[in-house]
Write a protein that binds this ligand. Sequence first.
Ligand code: PHE
Length: 357
Amino acid sequence: MDDLRQKYIGAIADAADEPALEELRLQAVGKKGEVSLMMRELGKMTPDERQEMGPKLNALKDEINSALAAKKAALADAALNERLRAEWLDVTLPGRPRRQGTIHPVSQVTDEITAIFADMGFSVAEGPQIESDWFNFDALNIPPEHPARQEHDTFFMSRAEGDDRPPHVLRTHTSPVQIRAMQETGAPIRVIAPGRVYRCDYDQTHTPMFHQVEGLAIGRDISMANLKWVLEEFCRAFFEVEGVELRFRASHFPFTEPSAEVDIRCSWAGGSLKIGEGDDWLEILGSGMVHPKVLKAGGIDPDQWQGFAFGMGIDRLAMLKYGIPDLRAFFDSDLRWLRHYGFSALDVPTLQGGLSV
Ligand code: PHE
């Protein structure tokens, strides 16, 4: 038994890898291993011999098993260390421009829009997506019984049992940011407010969450003419087409007076959309002169100040500019779609660098 102990404990200590260790395990304590075979001999011994040999053999078997386990752990540690050494990575090296992730078209278009309006002196304002009904409706001249409240397919937040205050809503448009920005800055003011908005609607051109950008410009004598110039300038820069033509159609919004919806000249010839040519018109935004009541709600004196506001759908602009047919796919997080329609993270849109290169 001492020979066996010496032989195996030594061999286990010297084992080079896990397969060698497993081989030793089989040789020593496997079913047909040397120690196991000796244990089988116990049956042929006298009771006295067995009394003496049994515990010794068991102790030997335990000793070999623990040596095996200890060596196995040591080998695993060594293997891990070797792997850590081999896979060592210099994280201070510059990254390789591999196009794995891409910038989502909504982010790209938001950046494009921001770059264009920043160039015209607009800064970016923000507001919460969970909004009080006062900011989303009342302050915008949409009182509780106004039919526009129904048209908005509003998502309401719930209140605690017994709390009778009107519920908060998921903002149905970015127009509440007009009020917040006016309250914060006062007049004069020139801001855009891009962000998420929510309406309970779902088909090829509607998703329950989508994106709008609001524009607001208040000054002493800002007029419809300024609105028209700003929007034409924007469309020319955004669609990167010189001959953009817009059509202003009289419309109605509670928060603007007068109000206009704006269409852009386009052609669907050959099944593909071309901006700036053809005989079709495509609605792209709502706009108008800010209603005096809205100025008041924003803390601005309507006898001193006036200006325009507009709101347009960012996702819709992205679909038009980049020929993306189905709005729902924007929010599926399908990597194949993102690789196809996404933008390189290194191409930050700027006016001087080209918006969409
Ligand atoms: N808030 C309007 C909408 O969601 C758009 C709009 C904004 C119209 C500002 C006029 C002025 O449809």
